[in-house]
Design a protein around this ligand. Structure first.
Ligand SMILES: [Fe+2]
Length: 207
């Protein structure tokens, strides 16, 4: 398995800055909506340059890959709402990424990510460098109460100057209504209903 785990990935000061930014993002976004089939709120998040640099510097150091960039980052809050319970069925990702950096921002429960039959912890300020297009991953049955939650970032890391970055720039340049309609339709791919998602490519093509 190529995925690996890093505890206390950021120094305390950086971790607090990132956490505060995520909280303010969740409170002020108008599209942080609940996806019932995943049992989670989600949208995309862009960090200011100084925090993006901190994340990329850490990613470059831990992976040993010097030319990484961020294609896009999902901001996620897992929580029970009504009859919807957070779940993640076993799957591999259909989005090209060198790694997806799963950063745990804050969690009230112990809900690991199972990668190729190994349970990997998700603790505050820990991260998994997930090779999600090769290593099957899922989560065990959700152990939380109505009040529990888990706030995560999923940072998709790709090589700088990779063609996908040009498509991402085009997507970001779309007007807000068009971008909103596009994102609502295609992301996230519902792996809980389409666990063989490797065969379903996103409309921006194969990489
Ligand atoms: Fe995945």
């Amino acid at each position: 398995m190529k995925s690996f785990y890093v505890e206390n990935i950021f120094d305390e000061e950086t971790y607090i800055l990132i956490k505060d930014y995520v909280y303010s993002h969740m409170e002020t976004s108008d599209d942080f909506n609940y996806a019932p089939y995943y049992g989670r709120y989600w949208n995309l998040i862009d960090f200011p340059d100084h925090l993006q640099h901190k994340i990329l510097d850490k990613a470059k150091k831990e992976t040993g890959i010097p030319d990484l960039d961020i294609a896009y980052t999902q901001c996620i809050k897992y929580k029970k709402e009504g009859d919807s319970i957070p779940r993640l069925d076993n799957h591999i990702d259909n989005f090209y990424a060198v790694y997806t950096l799963d950063i745990t921002i804050e969690t009230t429960l112990d809900w690991p990510l199972t990668i190729e039959d190994t349970n990997v912890s998700c603790k505050d300020n820990s991260a998994i460098f997930l090779k999600g297009d090769e290593d099957f991953h899922s989560r065990p049955e959700y152990p939380g109460t109505d009040d529990d939650y888990m706030i995560m970032l999923y940072v998709n890391l790709v090589p700088q100057d990779h063609p996908i970055m040009r498509d991402v720039e085009k997507l970001k340049a779309l007007s807000k209504p068009i971008k909103d309609a596009f994102l609502k339709t295609v992301i996230p791919n519902n792996v809980n209903r389409n666990a063989g998602s490797k065969t379903k490519k996103l409309p921006w093509g194969n990489y």
